[in-house]
Design a protein around this ligand. Structure first.
Ligand SMILES: O=C(CO)[C@H](O)[C@H](O)COP(=O)(O)O
Length: 218
């Protein structure tokens, strides 16, 4: 079974956890693209979606799923998104698709975060995947200097501008022993919008697609 088939299995398994007649929070990425296909199969049973990126919004609309403004709702029950890495505490690294800030905003409003991944995303210690940090463009040099002081190797992601008009700095060679502390520490650097550690808002449930089926971790 290919990695993409495992992603697809995890994504379709998420349908079982979508309450009907509610708004659904939708993340970004190739796993989520499968989830949007799955969501389209029950589009008449949901009230619409809130989206974490222009990319997901375009796909949702193309498949006939109404996209609501996050500011038009107080809260919603379920947010479904992928991850680049996830540990046993359900802390994640996200932002491989450069959508981390909107993903964190939408996830913050959701009651439940369901993370959909293939088995390769499960790790003991976060940090092998370079940590994405969204940065205001004029601060990229100063922020890189501060990130280097934390022990990482910052690399500006070439040719990428986020949906918010910012740049992404990927921090290589980090061993993230304390995700809660590092998430806060990086967010305190002036010029950082947010970073891709999701520890203060971990997943509540993980659906792991593998060759042996989809495992549910609650
Ligand atoms: O955080 C993300 C986008 O910003 C994605 O969830 C993450 O990169 C995983 O992507 P994929 O499902 O394509 O493996």
């Amino acid at each position: 079974m290919t990695q993409d088939e495992m992603k697809k299995n995890a994504a379709w398994a998420a349908l079982e956890y979508i309450p009907r007649n509610t708004v659904v929070g939708v993340g970004t990425g190739s796993t989520v693209n499968h989830f949007i296909d799955a969501l389209a199969s029950i589009k008449h049973e949901i009230s619409g979606a809130v989206s974490s990126s222009v990319q997901s919004t375009e796909k949702l609309i193309a498949l006939g799923i109404p996209v609501l403004d996050l500011n038009s709702i107080d809260s919603f029950s379920v947010y479904v998104d992928g991850a680049d890495e996830i540990n046993a505490q359900k802390h994640m690294i996200k932002g491989g698709g450069a959508a981390l800030t909107r993903e964190k905003i939408v996830a913050a409003v959701a009651e439940t975060f369901i993370c959909i991944v293939d088995a390769s995303k499960q790790v003991d210690v976060l940090g092998k995947f370079p940590l994405p940090v969204e940065v205001i463009p004029m601060a990229s040099r100063s922020v890189s200097g501060e990130l280097a002081k934390l022990g990482g190797r910052p690399v500006l992601r070439a040719g990428v501008t986020t949906d918010n008009g910012n740049v992404i700095i990927d921090v290589h060679d980090l061993q993230i022993i304390d995700p809660l502390m590092l998430e806060q520490q990086i967010n305190n650097i002036v010029g950082v919008v947010t970073n891709g550690i999701f520890a203060h808002r971990p997943a509540n449930m993980v659906l792991v697609g593998s060759a042996d089926g989809t495992k549910v971790i609650k």
